[in-house]
Every structure is written in C-alpha cells, then in structure tokens.
Design a protein around this ligand. Structure first.
Ligand code: ADP
Length: 423
C-alpha cells in the first residue's frame, strides 16, 4: 500500500487511544490518523471525510458492540470497521460480522504486525465488497432492462399473434370468397359452352361461316375461362381444406400417355414435339389420378406455353424406396436465378406486365406445389435462361390414406429450386 491511508480511531480512553495510534504508526504503512472519543463525533467525521479504515474501541460497560456498529451502518456509512475489545466473546463473533464489522481484534493481540495484517486484509476485503456491490448493482440494472425488453417482446409477440390471426381470418375469407365467386361463375360458363356447342352442331340449324367462326371463338374463350375458374376454385378449396382427394390404384403409364395425347394438339399448333420416356417396370401407383393428371397438365401446358421451338420430354421412372419421378423438360425460355424461388407463389409470374406475351394467372405451379406436398412428395426445378427448364416431381408410389386436409397446416416440404446448366 503505497498511498497514505486515512485512519479514524474512535476511543474514549485517551491513554489507550495514544497506545493504539503509536502501534498503528509502527506498522510501516503510510497513514494520517484522526482521533475522536465518541460515536457521534465519529459519525460526523465519517460523513464529511472519506476514511480508509475505522478502529473502534469504546469499551463502556453499558454499551454493546452490536448497537455501536448498527448506529454507524444505519448512517449509510460504508468503510472498513475494526473493533478493538478487551475480550471478544466467541459466541458473539458471527453476529458482529453479520452486523457489518469487517474484522475484530482483542487488545491482548495488539502489535504492529497484527495491525498491519488486519489493516491490509480489511482494505482488500472492503474493495472486493465494493466491487461486488457495484457488479450486483450493474446486474440488477441489466436485469431490469432485460425484464423491460422481455415485456416489450411479449407485447410485440402478442401483437404479431393477433395480426397473424387476423391475416389467417382474412385469408380464409378471401379463399371462401374466391370459392363462392368461382362456383357462381361456373354455372353461366357451362351454359355458354354448352349452348355454343349446340349451335355448332348441324342440328342447331343453318349458320354462315362468319357465324361459325364467332361461335367457335365463344366456345374456345368459354373453355379457357372455365379452366381459369376451375383453377381458382381448386386453389381456394385447397386453402380452406375443402379439397376432394380420392386415392385409388391406377396405371401411371396410361395416364401419362393419355394426358400427353390430349396436350399434343396444343403443341402441334406451335410445331413442338412431345416425347414420352417411360422407364417404369411397374406402372401401378396408389394416388388420386385426377390430381396427378392435374400436376402433369400444368407442367406440360407451361412447357408448351413457354417454348417457341424444340422439344418437350415427359419422363417417368422409378427410384429406390418406392418413389416415382415425373419429369417435364422443355427447350423453352427458361427461368433466371432471381425468379426461380418465386415461381411457386400463387399469382406470381416472371412477366407481370399487362402487355405480357404468355397468358395465365400464375396459379398453376402454386397448385402443383400444394398437391405435391399433400401427396408427401417434393418438386424441384432446374433451369437456364434461353436453354429450357426441367421440373421434377418426386412422389411416393403409394400415398397415405389419411391425407392432410388443410393446406395451411401442412409442414412446408423443403423445395430445391436451382438454376443449373441443362445438358
Ligand atoms: P402461369 O403459367 O399461369 O403464369 P404458373 O404458376 O404455372 O402460372 O407459373 C408461374 C410462372 O413461372 C410463369 O408465369 C412463368 O414465368 C414461370 N414458368 C413456369 N413454367 C415455366 C417454364 N416451363 N419455362 C419458363 N418459365 C416458366
């Protein structure tokens, strides 16, 4: 201890006080000693000056150590306190420390060495206690801040929860609205299609070529509109969990060939060839044939729509562990990396301008993804702008009987959308 310590000696006996001061001076520690002879003066001195240690020796018979110490500590004075006493009762010692005494020393043990040791120990202990008190206070403050932040987070969480609930309700309402509207639109659409077909039949009566052309346009537009309405109806049914799923055993090869045959006329209009590579040893699968056809239809019509020249391949093959792959590959415009992660979102299209070249409402892939998820499969896409795309649907040969009804409750299947070079 290099610096000069400020020591206060409280002693009502002048001679004993002088003796204590002289022993303190012999410790070899630099110190300034102040003396007072009663507790009140000690408290007054401690409130005006900052001392490093107080030696307390007031052996008045009627006084008790505990009350003396409590008097000092109750005055909010924080300083190392050493009691010097004639005789310190062992039983009382723990009480002394608990009340705030830093150390105690009996008069018989007063020596420069002992005092130096006690002084050093008390000051080190006091500094350590101060450090602990400071750290505790900081921890308390941090804890308070954390509590406040926790409460704020709780509030925000509740807000988000209630907003999420409102969003879900709104989404449910939207889906129900879409389902109702599409359902309502289907009836007049069927009438338009039905009656234009009747009028086109020879039994419908004599019509001119111009009238025939007009009727054919009404019929084709009606069919196109009905497809859109059906897509919206299916999608909203999927969202509100009213989706109809009828699994059965069927021949996937046959279904693939018949779907491709139906789509061939569309491809022919664009002078595109559609090829089927069937590698299935066992073509039987357990699934809903209409829904599998819907997947194939969507992927094929996209392939034809987004391809100007070249080929479309449909490949079906078996994978280990009873999995089936249906892949549709084209030599079309392709999709770039920035768009590839969005194409499965409902109503999302790479070209969203009103002057876009390709028709559609952006529901096809969202439907495909939802159906594939419901079937317990996954869909992946590889594409290269200007070269073409491959969409691969991997499905279990046999889907589960108890299919989840609600799309919202489905755990999202990990999608692997990538943009790679196609060989
Ligand atoms: P739609 O075909 O009605 O626009 P989809 O959900 O089927 O909606 O597809 C979303 C978007 O993904 C399309 O608008 C198109 O930009 C892109 N896309 C889908 N399939 C292909 C494909 N085979 N080649 C290039 N782009 C495609």
């Amino acid at each position: 201890m290099e610096q000069t310590l400020k020591i206060l000696v409280v002693d009502n006996d002048k001679i004993e006080c002088m003796a204590l001061c002289s022993i303190l001076k012999k410790t070899g520690i630099f110190m300034e000693i102040s003396e007072v002879d009663n507790l009140n003066s000690a408290i007054a001195a401690l409130t005006t000056t900052c001392y490093d240690c107080v030696f307390l020796n007031i052996p008045l018979p009627e006084e008790n150590y505990l009350t003396q110490i409590q008097t000092i500590r109750c005055s909010q004075i924080s300083v190392p306190l050493v009691i010097i006493a004639d005789k310190i009762e062992q039983n009382n010692n723990p009480n002394l420390i608990e009340t705030g005494v830093t150390e105690y020393l009996s008069k018989s043990r007063l020596s420069p060495e002992n005092l130096a040791q006690v002084l050093r120990y008390c000051i080190r202990l006091y500094h350590a206690q101060m450090q602990i008190a400071w750290t505790t206070e900081k921890l308390r403050e941090t804890n308070e801040i954390l509590n406040q932040q926790h409460q704020q987070l709780q509030g925000q969480k509740q807000l988000i929860e209630s907003q999420k609930l409102k969003l879900l309700e709104a989404s449910q309402l939207k889906s129900e609205f879409l389902a109702t509207i599409s359902h309502e639109l289907r009836t007049p659409m069927n009438a338009i299609i039905g009656f234009s077909q009747v009028l086109l039949r020879p039994l419908g009566g004599e019509i001119t070529q111009q009238q025939r052309d007009m009727l054919e346009r009404i019929l084709n537009s009606g069919k196109h509109l009905l497809r859109l309405v059906n897509d919206i109806l299916d999608f909203s049914h999927l969202e509100i969990g009213k989706f109809n799923f009828k699994p059965q055993i069927f021949n996937l090869s046959q279904l693939t060939y018949s779907t491709v045959t139906e789509m061939r006329s569309l491809a022919k209009e664009k002078k595109l060839s559609v090829l089927v590579h069937n590698h299935l040893q066992n073509p039987l699968v357990f699934n809903d044939p209409l829904r599998v056809q819907q997947i194939l239809n969507n992927l094929l019509s996209n392939a034809i729509k987004f391809t100007e020249s070249g080929y479309i391949w449909v490949e079906i093959e078996e994978l280990p562990e009873n999995q089936i792959i249906i892949a549709v590959r084209d030599t079309g415009i392709g999709i770039n990396t920035t768009d590839i992660n969005n194409i499965f979102e409902a109503f999302w299209q790479v070209d969203r301008t009103t002057t876009r070249k390709y028709f559609g409402i952006g529901l096809g892939l969202a439907m495909v993804e939802s159906l594939v998820q419901i079937m317990g499969g996954k869909i992946t896409v590889e594409s290269q702008p200007g070269k073409g795309s491959i969409f691969r649907v991997e499905l279990p040969r046999q889907i589960l009987h108890s299919l989840p009804q609600k799309m919202n409750s489905l755990s999202p299947v990990k999608m692997i959308h990538s943009c790679q070079k196609i060989s």
